[in-house]
Ligand binder design. Structure first.
Ligand SMILES: Cc1ncc(CN)c(N)n1
Length: 210
């Protein structure tokens, strides 16, 4: 029986919940998040997206031709996202030239390892990473200024459609995955859930220099 993205969400509902529901998002929605905590998340997420872009490139390297159109569109969106992060940092007078915090480092290392995995594992991991932000920001929307545009960036309907198409591509890659690959897929999914939760938490453990 082939594994599907929906089966992962059903089997690991509790773990997935911790990836997409966190006080960080609740406080953004309530407008009570501390500026320093938000800025810590922002600067670290910029570095995350740089490494996520490299992971996207590795996904493209092993994708079947039929999957390239969607993934190339994703790369264009990441180009826009990197420029947007730089603009947000400038608005907030933040330097992006900062070391990666341990949690961000761990996540980036995980993506580098994932890049070495077979395509079904990579495709499912990529979908899960995008889904975490889509569901996390969307389920805490709307957010007040200045967080509205952050919630909209990952919570908007077009991004939801993109993530659904990523799931379809991952499902098609999983069609012929053997048992060993399915086990790796489940492990990668659970690791994404844990690292997403840790990434929100990181904002509370480190303070961004003013
Ligand atoms: C930690 C994290 N996870 C997911 C995403 C969405 N690309 C992100 N920007 N940052």
């Amino acid at each position: 029986m082939p594994l599907t993205c929906q089966q992962l969400l059903t089997k690991y509902t509790a773990q997935w919940q911790t990836a997409t529901v966190h006080p960080f998002l609740v406080q953004c929605q309530q407008g009570t998040i501390q500026t320093q905590q938000f800025n810590t998340w922002l600067t670290q997420d910029y570095h995350f997206v740089v490494n996520f872009t490299r992971f996207a490139a590795s996904l493209i390297q092993s994708a079947p031709v039929a999957h390239l159109d969607l993934l190339l569109g994703g790369i264009t969106a990441l180009k826009d996202e990197l420029n947007w992060f730089q603009a947000k940092a400038t608005e907030r007078h933040l330097s992006l030239d900062q070391p990666l915090q341990p949690t961000c480092q761990t996540y980036c290392g995980f993506m580098a390892d994932l890049a070495q995995e077979p395509y079904p594992v990579k495709a499912t991991g990529f979908w899960a990473i995008e889904l975490a932000y889509n569901q996390g920001w969307q389920s805490h929307s709307p957010m007040p200024a200045p967080y509205t545009e952050f919630a909209d960036r990952w919570g908007n309907a077009a991004f939801t459609t993109y993530v659904e198409l990523l799931a379809q591509q991952a499902n098609s890659a999983l069609q012929n995955a053997d048992k060993a690959t399915q086990i790796e897929v489940e492990k990668a999914f659970l690791t994404v859930a844990t690292l997403e939760k840790d990434f929100w938490q990181m904002a509370y453990e480190i303070t961004q220099p003013a």
